[in-house]
Write a protein that binds this ligand. Structure first.
Ligand SMILES: Cc1cc2nc3c(=O)[nH]c(=O)nc-3n(C[C@H](O)[C@H](O)[C@H](O)COP(=O)(O)OP(=O)(O)OC[C@H]3O[C@@H](n4cnc5c(N)ncnc54)[C@H](O)[C@@H]3O)c2cc1C
Ligand code: FES
Length: 317
């Protein structure tokens, strides 16, 4: 159940001239957040900005096992993200959440490949903690414009995440988009016998399209569609597990990842970032076309039907 709180800023860490991580004292939201969920945030009391903006919960903060708050990873692109960048300890942020449908988690021997583009890294810290807590093997394919915009590498490495990096200027990792090493690894891993993309839309998206209230929508069937494969791509470690791809980043990247996943017969879960006016299903600013039946499609509100969808469910063209 989402709660609306006035959260005090505990800390604000500037990572670069555009990126920052802001810590908010919002323990009630943090304690009930599942990986991939988001909060709607507003700073200041005036009309600028008029509406809250959506942000993935980046980290859940704990002291001695007690949940203290959460952090947001923000990239400065407009009025709210500039205010988040400039905020100081003690400032107050209106914070509504947790909202949206989270990622579906995997248990071993299934394996998670997370694909992050830029600030799309945000939902993958909580996902990593949840997956590693279940003993699931996690790989992060992380792309940015340059090595100066790759953040929290030590954080992920310390949690046993295998890292595959790519930068558009070639300063770190593969030269080019993150889909370059992803496709290479998918090719090495090979194609399982049953293709994920051949399956019908997930029950989650179908339920939202029918207009069922969010709390009555069945658990998503986003993962677990991949078949077994003989070995791991890229790392060379033998493994009999299936691979699920999780992605967050710019929509063209999500589209490319979903198409790659389908081509190599792997299930994908993508977190979309549509413009959101309310985050609660009331304004329809966030709709996305989702497949229905064999040839049909309908608009789904990504704030309640998503933001996480099966990549094969979205109509990308
Ligand atoms: C579920 C979800 C989670 C998100 N998580 C994060 C996060 O963790 N960190 C983060 O930095 N951002 C995140 N975003 C994106 C963030 O909400 C937007 O960038 C937001 O508009 C920033 O607010 P602003 O007031 O700073 O910029 P605005 O003034 O709202 O917008 C600045 C510019 O960006 C454009 N724009 C706004 N939203 C989008 C969009 N969705 N797609 C393309 N262009 C857009 C506007 O048209 C404008 O040109 C998330 C979005 C969603 C839907
Ligand atoms: S953001 Fe208002 S309906 Fe989705």
């Amino acid at each position: 159940m989402p709660v609306d709180v006035e959260a005090r800023v505990i800390a604000n860490t500037r990572l670069s001239p555009d990126y920052n991580v802001i810590a908010l004292a919002a323990p009630d939201i943090a304690a009930s957040t599942a990986p991939g969920q988001f909060v709607m945030v507003k700073l200041g009391r005036g009309f600028t900005p008029l509406l809250r903006r959506p942000f993935s919960v980046f980290e859940v903060l704990r002291t001695n096992g007690h949940v203290d708050g959460l952090t947001l990873l923000s990239k400065r692109v407009g009025v709210t993200t500039s205010m988040l960048f400039d905020a100081v300890e003690g400032d107050v942020v209106s914070c509504l959440g947790p909202l949206g449908r989270p990622f579906e988690l995997l248990d071993p021997p299934a394996e998670a490949w997370m694909v992050a583009g830029g600030v799309g890294l945000a939902p993958f810290a909580t996902l990593t903690e949840a997956l590693r807590g279940r003993g699931t093997t996690v790989t992060l394919f992380y792309g940015a414009r340059s090595g100066r915009e790759l953040f929290y590498l030590d954080w992920f490495q310390a949690r046993g995440v295998r890292m595959v990096l790519a930068t558009e200027d070639g300063s770190v990792g593969d030269h080019g988009r993150v889909t370059v090493p992803l496709e290479r690894a998918l090719r090495v891993a090979g194609r399982p016998q049953k293709a994920a993309g051949d399956l019908p839309p997930s029950s989650e998206a179908s339920a939202e399209r029918r207009g069922d209230p969010p709390e009555r929508i069945a658990r998503p069937t986003l993962a677990g569609r991949g078949a077994q494969r003989p070995d791991l791509g890229g790392g060379g470690q033998p493994s009999g597990s299936s691979i699920t791809i999780y992605a967050c980043g710019p929509e063209p990247m999500l589209e490319a990842v979903a198409h790659l996943a389908a081509r190599y017969g792997r299930p994908s879960q993508v977190s979309v970032e549509r413009v959101m006016g309310c985050g609660l299903g009331g304004c329809y600013s966030c709709v996305i076309p989702v497949r229905e039946g064999r040839d049909g499609w309908r608009y789904v509100r990504s704030c309640i039907g998503g933001p996480v969808f099966a990549g094969a469910d979205i109509v990308w063209d």
